[in-house]
Design a protein around this ligand. Structure first.
Ligand SMILES: Nc1ncnc2c1ncn2[C@@H]1O[C@H](COP(=O)(O)OP(=O)(O)OP(=O)(O)O)[C@@H](O)[C@H]1O
Ligand SMILES: [Mg+2]
Length: 643
């Protein structure tokens, strides 16, 4: 492979011993630079950590790297731990952060850290994790940071320089290796540029109406944008395969079902894909899964869907089919766009809006390009095609142009240190821990008012920790040490521990409790009746969580500690009773994939408890609980071991 200019430049800097940050579009080829670091480390007997923002991506990288580096690779993600002392160690960013905040982390021998998708520092909920990693990055580690295009990359690098005193070389690549061409389906027609869209689409008849004294405009007589027309057009103009992004699980399945009239495969291809599908299903133990069986009639015709509500194993099967190029249209949610190398010729946007945590909003430019960048396969396509489906009454032309043609948003700090982080810092710095704040990207970037707010929030949390007996003048107490291991659920879990409640619970009750802790109902999810056995647990947790919330509200700490939710109690009880996965689904309207994700999160919390000063008796019980939850489809490690 001949390196591109930006790849060569980055590699040259790495060779001369510098840390490097690279900002380049989706699919530009950032992985090659990471591989250079890895090869170099292996050749010279050094060790390297690689972090990815989500578990699915860590797993994917583990598979990729394993193919190249065999037993030199290991992975640690909280629910998977394989070859944990390998010279090339993949982990989630959370695990890396937790390691650098504890003493004797085992990182002394690792001389490089690679952060993939570092623009996640802007993630509202999790961004603080990247920021904490960078603030506390051990001196002996060099860093390679890979990012989607961000306009304020220089500011970012200057901040790192200001806190570590080491230069960070910045490499920018603006160009996509395969250029993108934009199209619009609007008013039942297809336009190949935005001028025509304005003249022939946004020129329709409008009507006005008033609500609460305000004037609103609405387009009249809209014509439908038909899916079959769009797909026919793509097929006729030789633009398949296509990744169709829709923002909702049900919507993906609905659209796939709408494709009844389409069949993209000839007889030979049908033979190939069904054979491949059935052998993959056998390998991933999906033979008796209804959801796999339901997909078959689609797959035979070159169609599939892929979203977080599906079984993780089934998702993996679909990904492998997609890589084989026999799937021509895949309906998927955003997760398909992140980091995994699965390009297509064309990308379609069902709409230019998505759900941002708590509300629907028009796409950010950065998110649009994360997905749009999947169009155009390097070495196969001369250009990639991006189609947006436009309903005039849902998106204005100005917004559409903003999304597609403006610069991606700057990354902003989301610094908000968790209780666990603060406990770890208190252990090291005592009451001087606030001196950490001026080292943050937040401090570097924000005005004094917002700086003060951030500092106040740190103080409030520390005050709560002191008041509730997590910290005293000697440092963290036993409860504090316990809490410092339980990221994200510090107070709610530790209060239960301290009250001696955990010791008295059975394995099933422990599992029910952990599941209630991690579970977050989705909008519209029906509340299934709490099982009889779990009612006394709810009484206990209600009392504890309302005490915690009282303190947090009083101190104005946001967000509040997560409430316990027992929607899945019947499910987990049945699962602990060795019931089959299929059967336990009847106790809930949560999706299969969602259920597995929560079960795995519960396992992760229990693994964290094993790392605390809890008694050997409790730990034994917890080990048993883990082994009861972590079986069959829930066992992530098992999935990863399947070749
Ligand atoms: N110099 C090169 N010449 C030809 N192909 C290349 C080159 N560099 C990378 N590629 C190919 O480009 C594709 C995309 O690369 P990669 O996955 O590294 O992109 P990325 O920048 O990490 O994108 P993302 O933002 O999605 O993570 C891969 O198939 C890779 O093999
Ligand atoms: Mg990448």
């Amino acid at each position: 492979m001949i390196y591109d200019r930006f790849q060569q430049e980055a590699i040259d800097h790495i060779k001369s011993g510098h840390s490097v940050i690279v900002s380049a579009p989706t699919g530009a080829g950032k992985t090659v630079i990471a591989e250079h670091v890895i090869n170099d480390c292996l050749a010279t007997g050094k060790r390297v950590v690689y972090t990815a923002p989500i578990k699915a991506l860590s797993n994917q990288k583990y598979r990729d790297f394993q193919a190249q580096y065999a037993d030199k690779v290991g992975i640690l993600t909280g629910d998977v731990s394989i070859n944990a002392h390998a010279p090339v160690l993949i982990m989630t960013t959370e695990i890396f952060r937790n390691k650098i905040l504890t003493e004797s982390s085992g990182l002394e021998e690792y001389s490089w850290i690679i952060f993939d998708e570092i623009h996640y520092i802007d993630d509202f909920e999790r961004g603080t994790v990247w920021e904490e990693c960078l603030i506390f990055l051990p001196d002996h580690m060099k860093m390679l940071a890979l990012s989607a295009t961000i306009p304020n990359i220089d500011e970012f690098a200057e901040w790192i320089h200001s806190i570590h005193g080491k230069e960070l070389k910045v490499i920018k690549e603006e160009k996509r290796p395969v250029p993108l061409h934009f199209f619009y389906q609007c008013e039942g027609m297809i336009f190949d540029n935005v001028h025509k869209l304005r003249e022939l689409g946004y020129s329709g008849k409008k009507e006005y109406f008033y609500r609460r004294g305000k004037r609103f405009t609405r387009y009249k007589h809209l014509k439908p944008n038909r899916l079959d027309k769009l797909i026919n057009h793509l097929q006729a103009s030789d633009k398949l395969p296509c990744i169709y992004f829709a923002f909702g699980r049900k919507r993906c399945e609905y659209l796939a079902d709408e494709m009844r009239g389409f069949d993209f495969l000839d007889k030979r291809e049908k033979g190939q894909i069904t054979k491949m599908f059935s052998s993959l299903c056998a390998r991933f133990d999906l033979d008796n899964e209804k959801s796999a069986y339901l997909l078959l009639p689609l797959i035979e015709r070159g169609i599939a869907y892929h979203h977080a509500g599906m079984l993780p194993t089934l998702k993996e099967v679909i990904e492998r089919l997609f890589t084989s190029r026999l799937l021509k249209v895949i309906f998927t949610t955003e997760t398909f766009a992140l980091g995994i190398n699965m390009p297509a010729r064309t990308v379609v946007f069902d709409e230019l809006r998505k759900f941002y945590g708590r509300y629907f909003a028009n796409l950010k430019t950065r998110d649009f390009y994360q997905m749009a960048g999947r169009a155009g396969r390097r070495g196969i396509d001369k250009e990639g095609f991006v189609y947006s489906r436009v309903n005039l009454n849902y998106i204005s032309l100005e917004e559409l142009k903003r999304i597609i043609f403006s610069d991606p948003e700057k990354v902003r700090s989301r610094f908000n240190a968790s209780y666990a982080t603060l406990i770890n810092l208190y252990e090291r710095y005592g009451d001087d821990l606030y001196e950490i704040y001026p080292r943050s990207f937040h401090h570097y970037q924000e005005k004094s008012k917002s700086q003060k707010r951030a500092l106040d929030s740190m103080r409030s949390k520390v005050d709560i920790l002191k008041e509730l007996g997590y910290l005293d003048e000697n440092g963290p107490t036993e409860k504090g040490t316990f809490a410092s291991k339980i990221y994200g659920y510090e107070l709610s879990m530790s209060e239960m521990y301290q009250a001696g409640i955990l010791e008295g619970l059975s394995e099933t009750e422990l599992a029910t409790l952990a599941l209630a802790l991690v579970y977050e109902p989705r909008k519209g999810q029906t509340k299934t009746a709490i099982s009889k056995k779990a009612r006394h647990l709810k009484a206990l947790t209600d009392e504890i969580i309302s005490m915690i919330h009282r303190k947090e509200k009083h101190a104005r700490v946001l967000p509040l500690s997560k409430d316990y939710r027992f929607h899945l109690s019947a499910c987990i009880e049945a699962w602990m009773d060795n019931e089959s996965f299929d059967k336990i689904l009847s106790h809930t309207d949560a999706d299969e994939g969602e259920l597995i994700r929560y079960f795995r999160m519960a396992v992760q919390i229990f693994r964290e408890v094993l790392d605390t000063p809890a008694s050997p008796d409790l730990k034994n019980k917890i080990r048993k609980t883990i082994s009861l939850i972590n079986r069959g489809v829930v066992d992530a490690e098992n999935q990863l071991r399947i070749q």
